[in-house]
Design a protein around this ligand. Structure first.
Ligand SMILES: C[S@@+](CC[C@H](N)C(=O)[O-])C[C@H]1O[C@@H](n2cnc3c(N)ncnc32)[C@H](O)[C@@H]1O
Length: 286
């Protein structure tokens, strides 16, 4: 991320979700606030810097729609047993503002510059901030999630669900590992849904140029991909850290589940994954 600047990829992701609401078929992920927040965010960017809608490849929009659908379906299944949801690297995600579950506190964690920018955009858009939402400004590279969440009343002894979409790629491996450890060391059942990309070198040769091109776009936006994983690497890491349940969908499995008739090109390399630790490991001091 560029020093002191809000995330540009957060804007891109929000615009992709907005575009998906009105233009894409099949319609996979319903987000009634996506168009409003993306509109306010786009208006706040200098007109010379506004991204072009056509610049968001259809496959990337489809991937975003499928990852959010997977995540919110998993959350819906868990919702009866949890009262805490943490949106890590929230960007312009709108779950907190359309949260349908009574008694669920949402903690939005993000880089301080992105979070401050989002709060201004929420005000521009007239989107009300629910009383049960807590903002947690944290830089995953320099700050600690534990301190940030403890300061706003997050309980380490009650079950929690973590959404971590579109973030892992942009963090250093150390920051990814520290966050996973924080989740697994939760003192009650915890689940996390995140997406990751495989390194181009692990993909079949015909798919490498598209993934390399996407990586170059992120680099130009000042948010290079820093952590990519093969399936074996991420599975081993999660198991070593202590997760005891892993559900990992690759592009083909996502397409089969959500868009079986889609003509979209095969975006090999993108995965969405749910990992849980169902037992109590150790209650750590915040
Ligand atoms: C591609 S956006 C995804 C935003 C949102 N989760 C979504 O799906 O639209 C990446 C997000 O990661 C956040 N991020 C990147 N590096 C970060 C860091 N070091 N600490 C905290 N957040 C970070 C950015 O602020 C941004 O909100």
């Amino acid at each position: 991320m560029q020093q002191g600047q809000p995330s540009r990829t957060a804007l891109g992701a929000a615009r992709a979700r907005a575009f998906h609401q009105t233009e894409d078929a099949p319609h996979i992920f319903a987000d009634p606030l996506a168009v409003t927040i993306a509109g306010a965010a786009t208006a706040a960017v200098a007109s010379t810097e506004r991204p072009d809608d056509d610049g968001i490849p259809a496959e990337a929009r489809l991937f975003l729609a499928m990852r959010h659908r997977f995540a919110e379906d998993a959350l819906a299944k868990a919702a009866g047993g949890i009262r805490q949801v943490v949106v890590l690297g929230a960007g312009l995600d709108t779950f907190a503002y359309r949260n349908p579950y009574p008694d669920l506190t949402v903690f939005e964690v993000d880089h301080p510059a992105t979070q401050a920018w989002k709060r201004d955009r929420l005000a521009d858009a007239g989107i009300a901030v629910p009383a049960e939402l807590r903002f947690v400004p944290v830089d995953f590279e320099t700050g600690t999630l534990a301190e940030g969440l403890a300061a706003v009343g997050f309980s380490r002894t009650e079950p929690a669900f973590f959404l971590w979409l579109g973030v892992v790629q942009y963090l250093t491996p150390d920051a990814v590992e520290a966050t996973l450890r924080y989740i697994v060391e939760h003192g009650a059942a915890a689940q996390v849904v995140f997406d990751y990309s495989e390194p181009p070198s692990a993909l079949p040769a015909p798919h490498q140029p598209m993934v390399e091109a996407l990586a170059q776009v992120m680099e130009r936006l000042g948010e290079p991909w820093l952590s990519l994983f093969t399936v074996d690497d991420i599975t081993a890491k999660l198991q070593t850290i202590g997760f005891d349940e892993i559900e990992d969908l690759d592009w083909r499995q996502m397409i089969a589940r959500y868009a079986p008739d889609s003509p979209a090109a095969d975006l090999v390399g993108g995965h969405v994954l749910r990992a849980a630790h169902t037992g109590h490991v150790e209650v750590l001091a915040p």
